[in-house]
Write a protein that binds this ligand. Structure first.
Ligand SMILES: [Zn+2]
Length: 122
């Protein structure tokens, strides 16, 4: 990958990281404000817990993404960015533009998804 491409994806990752951090921060603040508000009757409690579950799931997902972004930034430092971790082929720029923290090329990604589904069905 060209140095200019590396710079491009580094910026993309840094922007994404900032966005994810904002999302996590926003979700946390929302939970805090919900907790602080009165939720005396059952309906409110139900809504509150569903919202909390969704928020929690979202922040878990966001934290996971943050971790993957950090990991990808680390790979840029090491000079291994954009290389599939399974087959060691270059990941297509097209794919990286959609998912700059992708670890695998599209083919390996499909294989690993199938493996996961197989394990899930047992
Ligand atoms: Zn691959």
């Amino acid at each position: 990958m060209k140095q200019s491409d590396i710079e491009f994806f580094k910026n993309l990752l840094l922007e994404r990281k900032e966005q994810v951090l904002k999302n996590i921060d926003g979700a946390t603040k929302e939970i805090e404000s919900l907790d602080a508000s009165d939720a005396r009757d059952e309906v409110d409690f139900a809504t509150l817990s569903v919202n909390n579950l969704i928020d929690h799931a979202l922040s878990v997902q966001q934290s996971q993404e943050l971790f993957e972004i950090e990991y990808a930034l680390g790979k840029i430092e090491k000079g291994t960015y954009g290389i599939c971790e399974m087959c060691e082929e270059a990941i297509s720029m097209q794919r990286l533009k959609i998912k700059p923290h992708a670890k695998y090329c599209i083919i390996c990604r499909e294989i690993s998804e199938k493996e996961k589904n197989k394990k899930r069905s047992f």
